[in-house]
Each structure stands twice: as structure tokens, then as C-alpha cells.
Design a binder for this molecule. Structure first.
Ligand code: CDV
Length: 311
């Protein structure tokens, strides 16, 4: 059995602080058009794709902070992206900073959505694993203040029936955590979409930072293989406002193999013809969760070793 989709990742080069959303959306539409010319059904855009990666700065003026957030999706400046996708008949995943009025107060989330080929929002995910700090770390040349600007997502890791398959979402740092993929895989995920912004000095410790590209690849390839799912990952990359952001956007098969990878750190489209049924093979054999997983035993093993982990 085969269920092919033509999948693309639209890596985006740097976005300057002064770039308007109109300018950014124009670049995204150019990438969508290229995707169409390659026959793509679906395009994955990066995390926080409409603005520069503002959590690198310590900002205290709430109005300035909120200027990086979207109150409506689509809004007046982002609507042209939805219109273009609908005209081209292509669906997409995109990340943005979401300002929501919920439970009687204003809330800030790092969010991603799936939009179908008719321009309708199919699903929303809010980033759960927020890296970095709420306050600047003394002595660090660069900061990562996501914990200051966002609260952890409150929507879990759902999956959606779309693209003739089962699709899930995560955002950037989520891709390093095994539970991200496993929670979606337990719901049958066949494709996990991820947008990211990864500076090449994200720990501030060279011994770790020198492996930034490797750890990114390792996380995606292990996540795909161990969960029998395709993974499509799109970077915001290049030298953005003083920060070097890795590229390496890639599409990984359920075998763990990279089937497409970006070679630049600018706007670049990568694509691959992906058989969603490839994961089915793994799900029926080595990763048949129902037959081989032993969750009722995991707790016993942890207890016997005297670990402090509660399961
Ligand atoms: N935007 C991110 O979540 N970035 C993190 C860095 C800061 C560690 C990442 O995991 O790539």
C-alpha cells in the first residue's frame, strides 16, 4: 500500500526587526509558489515565522512586546498568505506568537497551526517545552528569554486527520524531547511538523554548542525512527540581528533517513515525495506498540532500581 504526499519545508533566512509582516509574507508567498511548481501538497514554515526571533532581547515595554504577537490569525497582514495558499491549493504549517484573550485575561503563546488547501485552519498547537529563562543570565553574550514572553502551551499534543493521513505538530525545543513524538505516535501520527529557531550558541557552553547541528539532526532522526513517523522540520536561519541561526531544514523518513535537507541558511525550499504508509510497515513490525511496548512494567523497573522518578 502507498499513500504519497508531496511535502515541502520552506526554510526562511533572517528577518530583521524592522521588516514588516507584509514584506515577510511576500517571501512566504514566493516560497509557496515555488512549492506549487514542484507539485507540493503541503509546506512547513518555521517557528515565529512572521517576525524576527524577539526572545533574544530583554524587552519591558508591553506594547513593544505585543507588537511581535498576532491578535488574529489570519490578520490583515497575514491574510495574503492564506489567500495565496488557497489559490494554489496548498496546505501549510506555520508558527507565530499568539496573543489570546482567554479565561478572562490576556495570554501569550508560541503557537503553530495547520491550514488546509482551502485556506481553513484545521488545528492549533501551543508550544509546551519553552527553553531558556525568564530573566537574562549574567555573563552570557546572548540570551534566550522564551520563558519570559510565553506561557507553556495548554492544548497538549493532539493529532489531526488531514492530508489523507494523521498529522501532528510541535515547535522547536519540543523536538528534543522523546515524549513529544511518543505522545503523538500513540495517537497514530504519520507526520510530525516542526518549525524552529536555533541559535548556534544556545547553551553558551562551546563543548555543547559545537554539536548544535548534530543534536538537531539526532533528535529528528531518532524521533522519526522510534515513532515510525515522517518528520518535516523548517528553520529560520542565517545571521539574524546578531545571532547565527542554524539551517539544516530537513525531511526525515520513518526509517530515520534524511530524504531532503537544506544546503543554505537563506530562504530555501526543500521537498520530497513521502509515502505515509512507510510508517505503517514499522508500526506493524519493530514498533508495533500494542504488541511490544510494556508500560505496565516500566514503573516496576524504575522502583526496583530505587530511582526517584515517579511514573
Ligand atoms: N526556539 C527554540 O526553542 N530554540 C531552542 C534553543 C534555544 C535550545 C532549540 O531547542 O532549538
Amino acid at each position: 500500500m502507498s499513500r504519497f504526499i508531496n511535502l515541502a519545508c520552506a526554510q526562511m533566512g533572517p528577518i530583521a526587526r524592522t521588516d514588516s509582516r507584509t514584506v515577510v509574507v511576500r517571501r512566504q508567498i514566493a516560497l509557496l509558489r515555488e512549492a506549487k511548481s514542484r507539485g507540493a501538497d503541503f509546506v512547513v514554515f518555521p517557528e515565529l515565522a512572521f517576525t524576527t526571533f524577539f526572545p533574544r532581547w530583554l524587552l519591558s515595554d508591553q506594547a513593544e512586546i505585543d507588537s511581535f504577537f498576532e491578535r488574529d490569525m489570519p490578520g490583515p497582514e497575514t491574510q495574503p498568505l492564506f489567500d495565496a495558499a488557497k489559490d494554489l491549493g496548498i496546505g501549510f504549517y506555520i508558527g507565530y506568537a499568539e496573543l489570546a484573550e482567554e479565561e478572562g485575561h490576556t495570554r501569550h503563546f508560541n503557537t503553530a497551526i495547520i491550514v488546509d488547501s482551502k485556506g481553513g485552519i484545521v488545528g492549533k498547537y501551543r508550544k509546551i517545552h519553552l527553553p531558556g529563562h525568564a530573566e537574562p543570565v549574567e555573563g552570557r553574550a546572548s540570551q534566550h528569554l522564551e520563558k519570559r514572553y510565553f506561557e507553556p502551551g495548554n492544548l497538549g499534543f493532539p493529532v489531526w486527520r488531514t492530508l489523507d493521513g494523521i498529522v501532528g505538530m510541535c515547535i522547536c525545543n519540543d523536538r528534543r524531547w522523546p515524549e513529544t513524538y511518543r505522545v503523538m505516535a500513540l495517537q497514530g501520527a504519520e507526520l510530525v511538523c516542526v518549525g524552529y529557531n536555533t541559535p548556534d550558541d544556545h547553551t553558551g557552553v562551546f563543548d555543547f554548542d559545537q554539536f548544535t547541528g548534530f543534536h538537531h539532526q539526532l533528535s529528528l532522526q531518532a524521533g522519526a525512527y522510534q515513532n515510525a513517523t515522517w518528520v518535516a522540520a523548517a528553520a529560520k536561519s542565517g545571521f539574524e540581528e546578531g545571532s547565527n541561526m542554524i539551517g539544516l531544514s530537513m525531511i526525515v523518513a520513518p526509517s530515520g533517513q534524511i530524504v531532503a535537507m537544506a544546503s543554505s541558511t537563506g530562504d530555501e525550499l526543500i521537498s520530497a515525495r513521502c509515502d505515509l504508509d512507510m510508517g505503517t510497515l514499522y508500526k506493524r513490525t519493530i514498533f508495533d506498540f500494542a504488541r511490544h511496548r510494556e508500560p505496565s512494567h516500566y514503573g516496576l523497573i524504575v522502583e526496583r532500581k530505587g530511582a526517584v522518578v515517579e511514573v
